[in-house]
Ligand binder design. Structure first.
Ligand code: NAD
Length: 442
């Protein structure tokens, strides 16, 4: 099948590559000329485990190509995916200018029946808006389908190739047939393709992300309570997670959720609710908890350095919003860095994949280390902001030798409390560690 993917970012590039991998002929279109030039030359533009190998293979076999020319890109296509940004507008609602702009452009150049697919996360009613935008200039036949994407950065290829489920919102039998054919190779082990109307599909995506964000904020509040009541959040997590209704996953407290999806999608759903005259009170609380949680380590550091943080040199391990990606959009690490800079600290940072993106953003505001150990040289404290695997069992002897002062503020609960304290570190994390103190008081 000939497929066009418009927008070649995290979702578009994975989508295009994975459809090429199942034998389709895929053209990816983007307005970013340098991105398209690099991709055409075989240079991958994002870090995503397993993607590069598939990308190179399909490029070599001519199943995957790239262009900045939309007209050229859609020639002969049966399916056109829109994998475009939907950033928050000033009022928090999803900004549809990219989607509707491309939809209008498509209307001017379409010549035959196509299925246009909203892959982006878009508010309820967008499929109708896209339909109207195309129809402004095109009177031929076409269908608009809502097919939200559920891949997770860091495991995006696996998620795409073996999805838990595929959600397809359409009222057209013709489009349904095309979608069934397209996704058949991805659901051979029996995971469901769930067909529904467009509006329900659009809402499903927001409901999923908002539910997951709620789980995180809930656990962050439980962690706050653990710190105050002398309980251990790891124990509570294990205790509740073994209840099948709750489940073991997504119960880890930390320094807040980030990334390009949860913050903007929760915000957009609250806004959609408001427009429908409904106050989504749980989600308002979820956002508030998350804002506070991103700064949770700062008061701990202030208490520890009771003479103040001014002039302290702080190392940061982890900048990406989560491990196995170079994506720093809304990354909690950036909030911690901002706060520490405003308190007069100097900062040395390290991340296995996100250094380039942070360098572009923060320029010379921080120092960039070549390794996790270089980052801690002469540091008064280490902050762990992302749970990369290589931070989990570091060379503690090297750390003891390198740091000026042995203090770790761990936003991801990576270390065994007792082991790290035996090594002489002052160690603070999220929702653990006050149990002993309280027991001593009793
Ligand atoms: P992205 O910013 O990484 O990529 C978007 C791409 O679209 C960019 O390369 C940009 O240059 C391009 N673009 C902008 N305007 C264009 C135009 N007029 N024509 C062609 N290309 C254009 O965004 P993303 O992370 O891939 O997200 C895309 C959508 O998918 C968003 O709605 C997002 O919410 C949703 N989504 C993202 C993820 C994720 O993990 N990143 C997961 C599921 C859903």
């Amino acid at each position: 099948m000939k497929i066009t993917v418009v927008g070649t970012g995290y979702v578009g590039l994975v989508t295009g590559t994975c459809f090429a991998e199942t034998g389709n002929e895929v053209v990816c279109v983007d307005i970013d000329k340098s991105k398209i030039a690099r991709l055409s030359n075989g240079e991958i533009t994002i870090y995503e485990p397993g993607l590069e190998k598939l990308f190179i293979r399909n490029l070599k076999e001519n199943r995957l190509s790239f262009t900045t020319d939309l007209k050229e890109g859609i020639k002969g296509a049966r399916i056109i995916f829109l994998a475009l940004p939907t950033p928050p507008g000033e009022d928090g609602s999803a900004d549809l200018k990219y989607i509707l702009g491309v939809a209008e452009d498509l209307g001017k150049i379409l010549k035959e029946y196509v299925v246009i697919i909203d892959k982006s996360t878009v508010p309820v009613g967008t499929a109708e808006k896209v339909h109207a935008a195309v129809a402004k200039n095109y009177s031929g036949e076409f269908d608009v389908v809502s097919n939200p994407e559920f891949l997770r950065e860091g495991v995006a290829v696996d998620d795409f190739m073996k999805p838990d489920r595929v959600i397809i919102g359409t009222s057209s039998e013709r489009a349904k047939k095309v979608m069934n054919e397209l996704y058949a190779p991805f659901v051979r082990s029996g995971n469901p393709v769930i067909f529904m109307d467009e509006r329900s599909a659009e809402l499903t995506k927001y409901a999923a992300n908002s539910f997951l964000a709620t789980k995180i904020s809930f656990m962050n509040e439980i962690a706050q309570l653990c710190e105050r009541l002398g309980a251990d959040v790891d124990m509570v997590r294990l205790g509740i997670g073994s209840d099948e209704r709750i489940g073991k996953r997504f119960l880890f407290p930390g320094i807040g959720y980030g990334g390009s999806c949860f913050p903007k999608d929760v915000q957009a759903l609250v806004k959609s609710a408001k427009e429908a005259d409904y106050d989504f009170s749980i989600l308002n609380a979820v956002m508030k908890v998350n804002e506070n949680q991103k700064k949770h380590l700062i008061p701990k550091m202030q208490r520890y350095f009771n003479e103040g943080l001014k002039g302290k040199h702080i190392a940061i391990w982890g900048l990406a919003f989560k491990p196995n990606t170079d994506d720093i959009r809304e990354a909690p690490a950036l909030y911690v860095i901002d706060e520490l800079l405003s308190l007069g600290c100097t900062i040395s940072v390290f991340d296995p994949e996100a250094m380039g993106n942070v360098r572009n953003l923060l320029k010379d505001k921080v120092q960039y280390a070549e390794s996790q150990y270089e980052a801690i040289q002469g540091a008064d404290a280490l902050v762990i902001a992302t749970e990369w695997n290589e931070f989990r069992t570091p060379d503690f002897i090297k750390m003891v030798k390198g740091m000026k002062n042995k203090a770790i503020f761990d936003g991801r609960n990576l270390f065994d409390m007792n082991a790290i304290k035996e090594l002489g570190f002052h160690y603070e994390c999220i929702g653990r560690g006050n149990v002993q103190k309280i027991n001593q008081q009793l």
